[in-house]
Design a protein around this ligand. Structure first.
Ligand SMILES: [Zn+2]
Length: 62
C-alpha cells in the first residue's frame, strides 16, 4: 500500500560486513534494511547498490 510516502526500494550493502539487503531508502536519506529494523552492523552505514524501483510480490510468498 502506498500512503504518499516516497520510499524507494533498493538493494543496499552493509559498509561493515558486506551483507546485501533489500532495503528501503527513506526520503530522509537513511537506508532501512527490510526485516532488519535495527539495521545490520551497529552504527555501520549502508551503500545503495541499485534502485529496483517498484517491486512486485516476493517470490517466497506462498
Ligand atoms: Zn553488517
Amino acid at each position: 500500500m502506498k500512503d504518499g510516502n516516497n520510499q524507494q526500494k533498493v538493494a543496499a550493502i552493509c559498509d561493515s560486513c558486506g551483507t546485501v539487503y533489500a532495503a528501503i531508502e527513506r526520503t530522509s536519506g537513511s537506508i532501512q534494511p527490510i526485516g532488519n529494523p535495527n539495521g545490520c552492523c551497529d552504527g555501520a552505514g549502508m551503500t545503495i547498490l541499485s534502485d529496483t524501483g517498484t517491486v512486485g510480490k516476493p517470490e517466497s510468498e506462498s
